[in-house]
Design a protein around this ligand. Structure first.
Ligand code: ADP
Length: 257
């Protein structure tokens, strides 16, 4: 059911009216969080059921026909292993979502942004052989949680790698109040109508939704949680067929505001 708001007097500016207002706002927030949680549980169950169904039907097929049709074995085992891998990835990402939602897990300290960016870039290059060019100041100190920021960079670089074929650029730009970190790819891009939903859990665009292997639609949801934890803002700009730019806006001095 929907929460019944307390009636607050229209022109009420006294303490009681304000308390009523605060109470209403808090309850609306709680209710929204509860709905989000409920939706997550039902989406997650659905997403996990799909691989289980595939695994189960291949196991049954092997049971029935495996003996007299040994050529089925390879196909069945490949499918079972792919789906198992996908489930494992999904479960790890769900745990990640829960962990990154915890404000207490963020520790801010003076960090050299350039070292983080170079580390993340190197990881993508050595894991996938994809060139990542980093441009910007050689050294840039700011107060942040390096572990989480690196995780955020890796999620965004990994998407750039998955959805493009060319080199990836990372541009670090020092502005007045902010440091902008732009992750730029020259890949397939994202249709404008999908951009508002990219942070939704399990959301995938067009044909990516049907790809048997690969993503889960949780990467950007995790990126968004981390971004909130870090007190940064994420911007996604994209042009279909041209590529995508994701910008992380880091505050230069989060304490001095
Ligand atoms: P996934 O695990 O599917 O990559 P994400 O939450 O990271 O999940 O991304 C959601 C969807 O957004 C992806 O399925 C893909 O369709 C689209 N997407 C994300 N990043 C990019 C990018 N750099 N270029 C093109 N499409 C992207």
């Amino acid at each position: 059911g929907t929460f019944q708001q307390i009636a607050v007097p229209e022109q009420g500016k006294d303490e009681l009216a304000q308390m009523g207002q605060t109470f209403n706002e808090l309850m609306i927030q709680l209710e929204q969080n509860y709905r989000k949680q409920e939706k997550f549980v039902s989406d997650a169950s659905h997403e996990l059921k799909t691989p289980i169904t595939v695994i189960d039907s291949y196991a049954r097929l092997l049971e029935r026909r495996g003996m007299d049709k040994p050529e089925l074995t390879e196909e069945a085992l490949t499918a079972i292993r792919n789906e198992t891998k996908r489930m494992k990835e999904m479960i790890e990402q769900m745990l990640d979502l829960a962990r990154n939602n915890e404000p207490a897990s963020y520790v801010f300290e003076e960090t050299d942004l350039r070292i983080l960016v170079d580390d993340a870039a190197r990881m993508i290059t050595s894991a996938y052989g994809r060139a990542v060019h980093v441009k910007g100041p050689d050294q840039l100190k700011l107060s942040t949680d390096g572990t989480h920021l690196k995780q955020l960079l890796i999620i965004l670089l990994d998407n750039a790698r998955k959805y493009s074929e060319q080199n990836i650029d990372v541009e670090v730009e020092l502005l007045n109040q902010y440091v902008a970190v732009r992750i730029r790819d020259y890949g397939k891009g994202i249709p404008e109508k999908d951009i508002p939903f990219l942070f939704d859990r399990f959301y995938r665009v067009g044909e990516d939704r049907n790809r048997k292997t690969g993503g889960t639609g949780l990467g950007l949801a995790i990126a968004n949680e981390i971004s909130i934890g870090l007190g940064t803002k994420l911007d996604i700009e994209s042009e279909e067929g041209k590529g995508t730019v994701v910008t992380i806006w880091l505050q230069k001095k989060p304490d001095s505001q």
